[in-house]
Design a protein around this ligand. Structure first.
Ligand code: UT7
Length: 329
């Protein structure tokens, strides 16, 4: 018996800063090389926000585009969920700034934090709210300004990350069979220390964080890599089961864009051919919560997926968090 379909995705949109930072630019900043970065990660370029731009500005741009594609106005939105680890300020939520910037006066807005899995976690919440009848027009936004929390002297992390936003509008499903077929989320807090920004909260307030160089991303790369391969595979297996589909049914896999080698391992586990796996990390680096909605929007714009196609999204991030979603577009 197929799952009840609660919600469908009406529109998506992105915001990508114009300014770019290439591997060759990074060669002038730290002891690295274009060859190392490409071979170990697949990344060539990442985008960097201008000084005056905040996370909520990128969110608002992506949200407005997603609303335009959906044919809805900001006043129609009843819920705004922003997934981010790089909000404008510690509080209030970035989602409240977005509410103001897009004029979504009738909405309830809040942030969630699930690092690179944030968009999937947001989608899961949106789908549940709509299923419960508590939400009707829900904006889910994944946005990061990671270049502001990177240690530009740490070559093991500063070459990896970029800035971007991606947004999606979820509404109640019609009876066409389109919509969110299933979602899956999981966390393991025992491994939180392997990928985090320790400073800036109440444990190490800003002054302590600055004095002790804790106000930036800390990552044990190889440990995270191993966990990511395992968790992405786990998320892929669960979503096929939950959605009642097989890998053969998938039209396009949209994995979190952290490292090409992690994506390749996930595709191999799912026995998916390269043409069914969307990869754009060469042009963005790791944009954490933004990576999946940016990739999905791009794939739609390129005509790689269309209404009715089965898209599976799989993510992994700090926390650790991991998750997946199967959507018939
Ligand atoms: O978004 C979700 C969470 N994030 C991830 O999923 C990221 C997971 N981790 C990774 O993608 C990889 O671990 C990295 C790309 C971060 C690193 O790749 P690696 O193959 O695991 O490299 P490594 O950390 O084991 O380092 C290998 C060598 C080391 O040198 P020695 O000790 O062998 O002499 C590093 O010091 O590469 C060196 N290295 C670099 N060399 C040039 C580390 N970073 C760089 C660099 N340029 N940028």
């Amino acid at each position: 018996m197929p799952n009840k379909i609660n919600s469908m995705m009406l529109g998506t949109g992105t915001a990508v800063p114009e300014k770019t930072l290439t591997n060759f630019d990074l060669e002038k900043m730290v002891d690295t090389s274009d060859q190392w970065i490409q071979e170990r990660t697949g990344i060539q370029v990442r985008h960097v926000v201008d000084d005056k731009i905040q996370n909520s500005d990128l969110c608002a741009e992506a949200a407005n585009k997603a609303l335009a594609e959906s044919g809805l106005s900001a006043a129609d939105v009843d819920t705004i969920i922003v997934a981010t680890v790089t909000g404008d300020v510690t509080f209030p939520s970035t989602a409240c700034y977005v509410q103001d910037k897009i004029g979504a006066i009738n909405a309830t807005a809040f942030d969630i934090q699930a690092a690179c899995s944030g968009f999937i976690f947001g989608l899961d919440i949106a789908d549940s709210l709509i299923g419960l009848g508590k939400g009707k027009n829900v904006l889910v936004i994944g946005c990061e300004v990671l270049t502001r929390i990177v240690d530009w002297e740490d070559r093991s992390t500063c070459v990896l990350f970029g800035d971007a936003a991606g947004a999606a509008v979820l509404v109640p499903a019609d009876n066409s069979g389109r919509g969110v077929l299933a979602t899956f989320t999981k966390t393991d807090g025992r491994l939180a220390h392997l990928l985090c920004m320790p400073g800036g909260g109440t444990k190490y307030p800003a002054d302590v964080a600055i004095a002790e160089n804790l106000n930036n991303i800390k990552m044990k790369g190889p440990e995270v890599f191993k966990a990511a391969v395992k968790a992405m595979g786990d998320a892929a297996t669960h979503i096929l089961e939950n959605a009642g589909v097989t890998a053969d049914d998938i039209d396009l896999l949209i994995p979190h864009q952290a490292n090409k080698r992690i994506i390749d391992a996930t595709a191999k586990k799912m026995k998916l051919p390269a043409e069914k796996v969307y990869i754009n990390l060469q042009n963005y680096g790791n944009t954490s919560a933004a990576s999946i909605p940016v990739a999905l929007t791009e794939a739609k714009e390129k005509g790689l997926v269309k209404a009715g196609d089965l898209v599976v999204m799989v993510a992994f991030g700090g926390g650790f968090t991991w998750g997946s979603a199967a959507i018939r577009l």
